[in-house]
Design a binder for this molecule. Structure first.
Ligand code: J2J
Length: 539
């Protein structure tokens, strides 16, 4: 079992097993069982290519054999950066079967993020597509080889060039089973982060499969369900709420879209008779406009999930009239807790709240700055623990002491209140993060990049309001010299540092000093207010 992953106290783990939350299943055993039940049924399609449950099970066995011959063993970490395609599933199930851990990188990550994941997790292998969305990942791998990752094996789905070809690794499966326990860590998921470096989230087979089961109950997933994945499937929302893994658990069908534009997604909904999909608020808004423009037949769609960032009630109320389906608000986090509005909730709850925890064993507390519970209806920070919420990040002891209470609650950093019906309303955030339409940016990570510029004295990155994305990033900068570097130069500088494009600030403001709090720290609150007023006055 991977070390350096804080887990639940043993008595509590025993309790979760006794009450039937953790049922001893692993992802490997789950897939085998589903293949027995649904053999020839299509598990995954992208509209053209199809793969059945039996094929997925068999191919992941073959790949497990190939990976194993390559030297990948139990508990090894493997950075997986694959887009929405069948290979993603072949790869992760092969790794699950060996007991090796996928580390889920997103396709938008670049060498700055990927190098960190490889280094921090001491990854054994890195798996990429040849190219996706106009970007050649082999170039990235080549650069990494030149920069200290000389011996890191790189496996490519597609044309491998000088690297290892994924398609050559489907070998004859072994007779012998790999030994994987449901208590083991199944993978490392990425946290949205609020510090300099992204944190990694260890999720066990037991806890994650429980979260799929509960999600399926709440979202009424069954064998007839057809789930369209438009968000990158490595992200926790489309992966598990109920997402692609929940769909497999229910015996449904996954439809993969490589992008979220209406031109890609709507034909797939029509053709594949999709019943449920998940989007972030900006995509929901684009779709609501696009649906008016042509006579699409989206009548199969029963549920549209919106989550990842706050969905305004003005937009929320338009979903049902636009699509004729139920809106489900989803307020979740890769660390665990997922809240859903229920499909039969009154309209008022669906439009105005972000729902309630999916499990009766989720414990939540809303607290003030002294960790005292606030009165019902008042705003405070949401703390949570339960059968699928982690007890600590991977290998970050000092940070864990701050991010978790001594009795195991995760400090979400989200400011919420409970409404009269007991549903959660997200009011804001008390973490140093920008939520750019669902994509999370840790302010400190970008500040560190900016501070590497020789002509920058100090930097503070804050959220600024945006009609479309909810928030965008604004970087306040103190320069050594007036006039340079310019915003254009700064963008170029950050690009050269090879960070994911969504993390590059949308706006740069140059100042000679930062407002300070009473304790002398940079007052980000003042900076947020300043830019919000500036933008409002410009309108
Ligand atoms: C406001 N803020 C929200 C919402 C997430 C399901 C759905 C989403 C995620 C996710 C996920 C929000 N309204 N509806 O993992 O399984 C913000 C909060 C939260 C953070 C978590 C899932 N839904 N948020 O978004 O780990 O600030 O997970 O703490 O990426 O997103 O981000 P992440």
């Amino acid at each position: 079992m991977l070390s350096d992953c804080p887990l639940w106290p043993e008595e509590l783990a025993e309790h979760y097993r006794e009450i039937g939350c953790w049922r001893g299943e692993t992802f490997g055993s789950m897939l085998r069982q589903k293949a027995e039940l649904y053999g020839n049924k299509t598990a995954i399609t992208n509209g053209k290519r199809k793969i059945t449950y039996a094929e997925l099970d068999m191919q992941s066995n073959q790949l497990a054999a190939g990976f194993s011959k390559l030297g990948i063993q139990k508990d090894n970490r493997v950075v997986v950066q694959l887009p929405n395609d069948v290979e993603f599933f072949q790869v992760i199930f092969a790794l699950f079967k060996i007991g090796a851990l996928p580390v889920f990188a997103l396709p938008s990550h670049r060498s700055s993020e990927v190098e960190y994941f490889c280094e921090f997790t001491e990854a054994q292998v890195y798996i990429i597509p040849d190219s996706f969305d106009g970007y050649d990942y082999r170039k990235l791998a080549r650069k990494m080889k030149d920069r200290g990752f000389k011996n890191l094996p790189v496996i490519v789905a597609g044309d491998p060039e000088e690297f290892i070809s994924l398609s050559q690794l489907f070998h004859e499966p072994f007779e012998k089973e790999f030994e994987v326990s449901s208590h083991d860590i199944a993978f490392l998921q990425l946290s949205g982060g609020s510090t300099g470096k992204p944190k990694l989230i260890p999720r066990t087979h037991d806890d994650y499969i429980y979260s799929l089961k509960k999600s399926n109950e709440v979202c009424l997933m069954n064998e007839e369900s057809v789930y369209l994945a438009v968000l990158p499937v490595a992200h926790n929302f489309p992966l598990s709420s109920p997402g692609v893994l929940g769909t497999l658990y229910a015996g449904g069908r996954i439809v993969l879209s490589s992008g979220s534009s209406p031109d890609e997604a709507f034909p797939l909904i029509e053709q594949e008779r999709v019943t449920i999909t998940a989007v972030v608020p900006p995509i929901a808004m684009i779709w609501m406009q696009a649906v008016k423009s042509r006579n699409w037949d989206l009548s199969s769609l029963k549920v549209m999930q919106v989550g990842g960032a706050k969905f305004s009630s003005e937009s929320a109320k338009n979903v049902k009239p636009a699509f004729g389906c139920v809106l489900q608000q989803v307020f979740g986090m890769a660390e665990g807790l997922v809240n859903y509005t229920r499909l039969d909730d009154p309209e008022d709850v669906i439009v105005h709240t972000q729902g309630r925890p999916m499990s009766p064993y989720d414990e939540i507390k809303i607290v003030d700055e002294e960790d005292q519970e606030v009165e019902r209806g008042e705003v405070g920070e949401l703390l949570t623990r339960g059968p699928y919420t982690i007890r600590g990040y991977y290998k970050t002891k000092a940070h864990n002491a701050k991010a978790f209470t001594s009795d195991g609650y995760y400090r979400t950093g989200d400011l919420v209140k409970l409404d009269h019906s007991g549903n959660i309303i997200v009011e804001g955030r008390d973490k140093d993060q920008i939520n750019r339409g669902g994509e999370k940016i840790a302010a400190e990570e970008i500040e560190n990049h900016l501070l590497a510029h020789p002509e920058i004295l100090d930097a503070a990155v804050v959220a600024m309001p945006d009609e479309y994305l909810g928030e965008r990033a604004c970087a306040y900068i103190i320069r050594l010299d007036k006039g340079k570097p310019s915003p254009v130069e700064l963008r170029e500088f950050l690009n050269k540092r090879e960070i994911a494009a969504y993390k590059i600030p949308d706006r740069f403001e140059f100042v000679s000093e930062f407002p300070k709090t009473a304790l002398g720290k940079v007052s980000k609150k003042s900076l947020r207010e300043k830019i919000a007023i500036q933008l409002k006055n410009k309108k």
